[in-house]
Ligand binder design. Structure first.
Ligand code: NI
Length: 176
């Protein structure tokens, strides 16, 4: 397994729509393992492949640590290939979101409180899962990434533009 560099705003690749995976093979499983290690190292609770520069519909999520108590050893990784939301509740909930591609910025986002999703698991089998709470939010945030959407796109235009401007400026200062 190896750590992969995480793309950050304003990298344009974050705006790409990712392509579906045609079959879950060894390459996809290696990507999943590398993404998981990268996510734990960051640390974060979700990572989409495009965040490490791979435009494939592949996501890793683990909200166990955040939801449980501060037990480092609690791990519950979920591997999602070609995930899609097939049902979303009318009821909505608000979470303060962040993103490894938008470091040190957090804002409240409102999304459906519960979702049902369909995806291929690590073995390539079709699965359906109901999610609520933080997991529901996290999955929707990650699926957004697969369509080039960032959580700041759910904020007011003013807030979003302010964040983007700040990251563009920081990148310029770094000489990136
Ligand atoms: Ni994100």
């Amino acid at each position: 397994m190896s750590l992969m560099p995480i793309l950050t705003l304003p990298d344009n690749r974050l705006r790409l729509a990712s392509a579906p995976v045609s079959g879950v093979d060894g390459d996809v499983r290696t990507l999943l393992d590398d993404m998981l290690e990268t996510m734990y190292d960051a640390p974060g609770i979700g990572l989409a492949a495009i965040q490490v520069g791979v435009a494939k519909r592949v996501v890793v999520v683990d909200v166990a640590k955040r939801e449980g108590e501060e037990k480092e050893e609690v791990k519950n990784p979920i591997f999602l290939i070609n995930p899609e939301i097939v049902k979303a509740s009318d009821e909505r909930s608000v979470y303060e979101e962040g993103c490894l591609s938008i470091p040190d910025y957090y804002a409240e986002v409102e999304r459906p409180a519960r979702v049902r999703m369909r995806y291929l698991d690590r073995a390539g089998a079709m699965q359906e899962m109901d999610a609520d709470g933080l997991l529901a939010t996290c999955i929707q945030h990650e699926i957004d990434h697969l369509d080039g959407v960032l959580f700041i796109d759910h904020l007011s235009r003013l807030k979003r533009d302010r964040v983007i401007k700040r990251f563009v400026k920081d990148a310029r200062l770094r000489g990136a």
